[in-house]
Design a protein around this ligand. Sequence first.
Ligand code: ZN
Length: 66
Amino acid sequence: MRSDPLGVAELDQRGIPTNQCLHCGSNVFTIKAAFEDYEIVGYYLDAECAVCQSPLTAPCPVDRPL
Ligand SMILES: [Zn+2]
């Protein structure tokens, strides 16, 4: 764990896809995305929380529980 400029400790959440940051509760993530025809056609699962910068794994449809 390390601290961001706001003093909020980060939590490494990589490995388990999640819709929500387990550290701060935010559901806004920073991702790398690819676009075609003005729409997202793919994205990397390596992501980080946009609020507290904790590294995490972004979800995708196959991760949805049955
Ligand atoms: Zn967070």
